[in-house]
Design a protein around this ligand. Structure first.
Ligand SMILES: Cc1cc2nc3c(=O)[nH]c(=O)nc-3n(C[C@H](O)[C@H](O)[C@H](O)COP(=O)(O)OP(=O)(O)OC[C@H]3O[C@@H](n4cnc5c(N)ncnc54)[C@H](O)[C@@H]3O)c2cc1C
Length: 343
């Protein structure tokens, strides 16, 4: 099939317990811009059991069409069943761009689809754009250890596919009542022919932190000196009602667990307020926090790259500045009778 016969931007709509996951709505926001530039429809791809109703949410977040495969065989995510459904849709409708959330299931599905239909896939994309004349998706992500941003093109195969982590793109405001076309398809698979069975779903109940949804993140880096110095981060977080975050070097030093790491190989966060304390601002860290609304950086090096993304910068020793901030916040809180809110 000729390349120019592929048309349309698709977003894989991941659903969990009857709800569309946030990253899919964020990708509809990003996909809408690409579709408008290319002058093609934006479509959601929704698979599951009893999921057709969710099309409403997909339309209200920017889609023109929703491809639905509703079948009990799709009740739980399994690579084989979901890949079969998605590949059937791709082969029948020929999208030119297909975006997936970089969630465990999204990454699994995207790579299985890419392999099966022989196309390219850019993982963990942080910027999406399109060359309208050539109809090429420009998927940018940190590369070579994060020292450069690489823009990856898929010139010879379709669809052009990318995964994007949660919180990197922005969802459009919900447009109540916005609607579109539902295209229903069926899946040609029988349960007895599926090799994988889901016996039990065990949720990760150990995860103590929810960095992704935090309104205030107080993150510390190697500049705190040692584990004892890093305690200042916990103290400041407590006094401002924030969640502790960390650079990878801090995690590798064993001062705190990996679940607190912000950045390319950690969490992507978009709080209203992000403190970066004793953090140099390496690109791998910055890609995980640059979309925070306000960034306050504290660093003793005036040329530290973190100041390039900071809203406010304080040049100085964290061991001197942070205790002063804690003291100030505490006294403000005492004045207001413990009713302070910083966001
Ligand atoms: C493939 C790959 C993936 C990666 N993924 C991640 C990731 O997800 N997240 C991440 O964070 N990193 C990641 N990294 C590592 C990243 O490149 C940096 O090495 C790391 O972010 C640096 O951590 P840091 O800023 O805490 O330490 P440093 O780079 O050592 O910076 C310490 C900073 O503290 C300042 N400082 C020193 N003393 C003080 C003081 N007393 N007061 C105030 N400031 C002070 C210094 O001026 C310096 O700017 C990754 C690297 C690779 C190769």
């Amino acid at each position: 099939m000729e390349m120019d016969q592929y048309r349309g931007v698709w977003v894989y709509i991941e659903q969990e317990e009857g709800k569309v996951v946030d990253v899919s709505l964020e990708l509809l926001g990003a996909g809408r811009k690409l579709a408008d530039k290319l002058d093609v429809p934006l479509s959601g791809v929704l698979l599951g059991d009893n999921v057709k109703e969710l099309s409403k949410v997909v339309f209200e977040h920017g889609a023109d069409q929703v491809y639905v495969i509703d079948d009990p065989i799709l009740m739980q995510y399994r690579t084989e069943t979901y890949m079969t459904g998605v590949n059937m849709l791709c082969k029948k409708y020929h999208p030119e761009i297909f975006l997936y959330g970089a969630t465990p299931n999204g990454k699994d599905l995207a790579s299985a689809v890419a392999t099966d239909i022989s196309t390219g896939l850019t993982a963990d994309t942080t910027i999406l754009d399109v060359d309208v004349d050539k109809r090429l998706l420009e998927a940018s992500r940190p590369a070579f250890g994060g020292n450069i941003m690489a823009t990856i093109l898929c010139k010879k195969h379709r669809p052009q596919m990318a995964t994007v982590r949660p919180k990197v793109m922005k969802a459009l405001p919900r447009e109540e009542g916005r609607t579109g076309e539902v295209i229903e398809e069926t899946i040609d698979l029988k349960e007895e022919n599926v090799r994988t069975k889901v016996l039990e779903i065990v949720k990760n109940v150990n995860k103590k932190v929810n960095l992704q949804d935090a309104h205030v993140v107080v993150a510390g880096g190697k500049g705190l000196g040692d584990e004892k110095g890093f305690k200042l981060i916990h103290e400041l977080a407590e006094v401002v009602g924030g969640t502790v975050g960390a650079s990878r070097d801090v995690v590798e030093a064993g001062w705190i667990g990996h679940e607190y790491q912000v950045g390319q190989t950690g969490e992507t966060v978009t709080p209203k307020l992000y403190f970066a304390i004793g953090i140099s601002g390496a690109i791998q860290h910055v890609v995980g926090m640059k979309n925070s609304e306000f960034i306050i950086a504290i660093n003793k090096d005036p040329d530290a790259p973190i100041f390039d993304v900071a809203t406010y910068g304080i040049v100085g020793d964290a061991h001197v500045i942070v205790p002063k901030l804690i003291e100030q916040f505490r006294s403000l809180e005492n004045e207001k009778g413990g009713e302070m809110s910083y966001v």
